[in-house]
Design a protein around this ligand. Sequence first.
Ligand code: ADQ
Length: 533
Amino acid sequence: MLNLKSPMVVVSNRLPFVLKRNENGELQRKQSAGGLVTAVAPVVIQCGGLWVGWPGIHMDDPHQSVPESDPGDMGPSAGLKSEQVVPVHVEEQLFDDYYNGCCNATFWPLFHSMPDRAVFVADMWEVRMEFGLVRSAACLILSAFDCSMLGLGLAIVNMSLPRGQSYSTVNVMFAYQTVDALKKMKMKNQEGEERIPLVWIHDYHLMLAANYIRQECEEQNLQCKLGFFLHIPFPPWDIFRLFPWDNEVLQGILGNDLVGFHIEDYCRNFLDCCQRRLGCRVDRVHNLVDVAGRTVKVRALPIGIPYKRFEEMANAAPRALQSSQQIVLGVDRLDYTKGLVNRIRSFERFLEKHPEYLGKVALLQVAVPSRTDVKEYQQLKEQMDLEIGRINGRFSTLNWSPIRYIYGCISQDELAAYYRDSSVALVTPLRDGMNLVAKEYVACQVDKPGVLILSPFAGAGETMHEALLVNPYELDDVADTLHRALTMPIDEREMRMYHLKKREQTMNVDFWLTSFLKVSIKTFPGHNVIGVH
Ligand code: ADQ
């Protein structure tokens, strides 16, 4: 059980829910159910903390407050009171430039070591504008919002902020809102003890926010500690240095006191970059970086899943797959990093090599629509449709098709049943920070266990040693490994799954959160800000 003495302020691109309008036009919360929200929201609620993020909707009146959750809402962030939520309203065009332009068109492919897909446009980044100027502009926008002068706010966005400053401007807006909320927080508890808030910034959307928060807090004589967690890989120096403004990103991340990555490899990459690009003194034994008179702690903190919840869902869910065929399962966001096209081509290769499986095995691919307004993602969808159509056209019979394809979101219960009832999970991203699907599959093996096939290019490949590891670029390797999985004796499956389950059960999402907080305590000695019981 986690019990925080000091408040935690989570800063992430999105709030733990999105706002939607109901048929009467009223705003309502729609819960997000990801692992991060499930683990972190209860802690924020318990310690009277805050969650700063984009509400998922562009509001006509940004002055409007976030509604309380519906009375029947049982989601993990339902207990988060309206005053604990700090929505960051960003004008539509600016948000598009920042999110689709810089975050998804530049950082996402680059950090996944796919530089050919990355767009390096000065207009989308350019951060050389003095912090003071960016801040003044952002503050002007926000104060215009405060006065409900939306028209003026938007005019300022269009006039004084060339599109170039989208990433830094939005980071400043998040920082400004965070500091504004910190100002209103009580810094002492009932016993008169100091409560120094821990600000926990998440992911590649907000890599510059820490220094802005730090500077603003110094100016306003406020205290806080800053932690950061990157959910995607941190690439090697040779890839990272392709980004023309690489030093600014490094300095931005180093604005934090504690920096967390999923695995040691990413920590090493980050330390390399700090040393080679910024010339920082780096302690590779203790994973420390010296910068501007401070020491930043860098840690591998692999994220886990709410294991028990998935296990319970798998135990309770009715049978989902009624067919007598064996199912090979893929579950992903439709993203080019997930290796979906390679995967279905590997399955085609498997059918070519093992025609005895025709009519007996099917690949069930569930793909959640993602970033659907981006051209590259639309092209991937078209490519998937074409390839699946081609393979199904080639092998299908009257009663059987080799690939079943669901393009959409499915409920967690249904997902748990799919995991449980599949013989094999094919988790073969070309590159992935961690990959939670591999872990969820393991948690749901409550019946006769299936086999996990996993790419070593996912962070999960670092620890899930009992999975069958395959190179997703080698179609024959994947096809042969799939054959091995389908013919694996039950005792080997049980033995492998036993160890996989044991590890994920322990290293679940609460363990991840506790580890982060424990490192925070050690990072901020003397402040005694957090108690972990
Ligand atoms: P993602 O890239 O989104 O996360 P992943 O870790 O696989 O990737 O998580 C996907 C989540 O979406 C899973 O919880 C899964 O259950 C859910 N999901 C997938 N398909 C679904 C469907 N059709 N319907 C409903 N739910 C579906 C980023 C990084 C990862 C990192 C996580 C957490 O890219 O590498 O593991 O953050 O840090």
